[in-house]
Design a protein around this ligand. Structure first.
Ligand code: ZN
Length: 319
């Protein structure tokens, strides 16, 4: 019997494949390493690519971050380049589908890996950041990169650190035929750049603002972060793009980030004053207000490990 003459049998492998692809959409996506980036216009000439509110994984390839770009009259400004070389290349392709204008500036808002590891996809002369961010990428970038390989697997292939070559400073800047205002802030890290587009009232807050996802704190200075939130809240923005989580049209994500930081700061101080050990701190219940915040428990535990030793030292010094 000729197997190829039986159309039902010939169709079987294709059918099986279709069933498998439907059953494992994430595995299928991973096989193609397609981030499925879909830029969304949030204001005139302002585009955002919203990541998932998850941790880094081999399923999401590190696409847990918001990136964006602003199309001016003569060029494009990119705000954060994503977690991998592939992401950067797919971001560049997504931009090219929106506009034929060249990318003239790629800003890394701060030195965390999901915000700069896509830099390789762009011309080195376009890569720019605040001085301390440049320094952080140069010194800690390779360590971040190896860690991202461990977390995201093959999505990271060929990703290397491409450190910014240009230094940004606070103030209004004419770029790509558009006036943008750079705010040099700090607190999430030692240098956090926010970008305000006055023409549309769009504020790219970087990781100073998280929305519906608990803030990360490996390099946090909570008091400085709180002061930076005040500076952001004072701006007359209409659209707010957080570093992680959905785009908003009001200050709610700023208030939410502040509520988290205020609570975290108080929990650390009170725990240290009461002499709680690390295990007791990790067992503290989270307030109900954070119930629907993604990764609240995980980030609280990470924050305790990052920040509690310093809170304990400060408490001892006060006694
Ligand atoms: Zn960050």
């Amino acid at each position: 019997m000729n197997v190829r003459a039986n159309p039902a049998r010939a169709a079987l492998p294709a059918l099986l494949l279709a069933v498998l692809l439907a059953a494992f959409p994430l595995a299928a996506r991973a096989a193609g390493f397609d981030y499925r980036l879909a830029p969304r216009a949030v204001a005139d000439g302002v585009w955002v690519l919203t990541g998932l509110t998850e941790d880094f994984s081999r399923d999401n390839g590190g696409n847990i971050v918001n990136t964006g770009f602003i199309v001016g009259d003569s060029g494009v400004v990119v705000i954060d380049s994503g977690p991998s070389r592939r992401y950067g290349e797919q971001l560049a392709a997504a931009i090219a589908r929106v506009t034929p204008l060249p990318v003239v500036l790629v800003i890394n808002t701060h030195h965390h890996p999901d915000h700069f590891l896509g830099n390789q996809a762009f011309a080195p002369a376009t890569l720019a950041a605040l001085p301390a961010t440049r320094h952080g990428i140069e010194t800690e970038g390779p360590m971040f990169n190896s860690n991202m390989y461990r977390l995201n697997g093959d999505w990271m292939r060929d990703t290397e650190v491409a450190a910014p070559t240009r230094t940004l400073a606070a103030g209004p800047v004419e770029v790509g035929g558009r006036t943008l205002e750079f705010l040099a802030l700090e607190g999430h890290t030692g240098a956090d750049l926010a970008v305000f587009d006055r023409r549309t009232g769009t504020l790219f807050a970087g990781d100073l603002v998280f929305n519906a996802r608990a803030p990360t704190t490996p390099h946090a200075d909570i008091a400085r972060w709180q002061a930076s939130l005040d500076a952001l809240a004072a701006l007359p923005f209409k659209v707010l793009v957080p570093g992680h989580g959905p785009v908003a049209h009001d200050g709610a994500p700023i208030a939410q980030t502040r509520t988290w930081l205020d609570w975290l700061d108080r929990a650390l101080r009170e725990g240290a004053a009461a002499g709680l050990d690390m295990t007791e701190m990790l067992a503290l219940p989270l307030p109900a207000v954070f119930e629907r915040m993604a990764l609240a428990k995980t980030e609280f535990e990470r924050s305790v490990s990052h920040l509690y030793p310093a809170a304990e030292r400060a408490s001892l010094e006060e006694q």
